[in-house]
Write a new protein. Sequence first.
Length: 317
Amino acid sequence: MTTNQHFVFALVEDFTHIAFACAVDPLRIANLISGQQLYSWAYASYDGVWACSSDGTRVEVQHRFNDMPNCDRLFVLSGINMQFADHSFLLAALRRKDRHSSTQIGGLCSGSWILAQSGFLNGLKAAIHWEYHDSFMEEFPEVNLLRNVFVADEKYPTASGGTATADLMLHLIAQDHGHDLSIAIADQMVYNAVREASAAQKVSLQSRNGMRNKHLSAAIARMSESLDNPVSPSLIAREIGISTRQLERLFGKYLNASPKKYYMELRLERARHLLVQTEMSVIDVAVACGFQSPGHFSRVYRTAFGVTPMMQRGRLG
């Protein structure tokens, strides 16, 4: 394919700058290396004048959301606080574009959340930044959320943000113009850790702790999949084929915590994400994280984070 492809990036206020750079620069470098105008791009924002990233950088744009031109690919790029903003203006424009043009729409970083708000991702696989996983799954259960760095094989491609955006762009360039060009672009970016879509976002437990213990990994996986309905460490030990005492030794050796303490930390961290990232009531958050008593939830939350769940929610105002 040698024809020019035009990209439009819909920049939502407080968009993430690193994801923005990782989206645009591979396209620029593709043109530079090939000596051809393989790609062109433009930016859109709410007011059609500027868009501001979360680090304060202002980007001059060419289009308002409601007059975005026909293009080959349109990516929504957002960052922090997007779940509390009104995106009706942008969503109306995306629906029109989806109905009346051949433009392929996608989401970068937390842009997947905005697409999910309008039902674009229902029944499809999608990726979003790992920090939004818990709240996204609660808010959009119809979406098959993966922990992949990106998803490219759906109608609406998504990337989890940061350097994962570069991974998606390199993947698309390889589809368009071959693997050799994408590798040459990665070399130009001094990016020698290009990932496939199936790569997990966060560094694995094994890598973080320098160990390869299958029993500990299995125990933590079991805990992570049952945060809303906790099971006892003794049952987990039995399920993975070791004694409760062995399980306690593994957690003490590798994580400097008991299984019970580590399990509670997982549940409380999920609760914090839901309080900060969603409008769920405190009681609903408590239940979603396996606390049957709101009073008990409030006490252990305050012990862990220094504030009650209600105070945590109040800090968002």
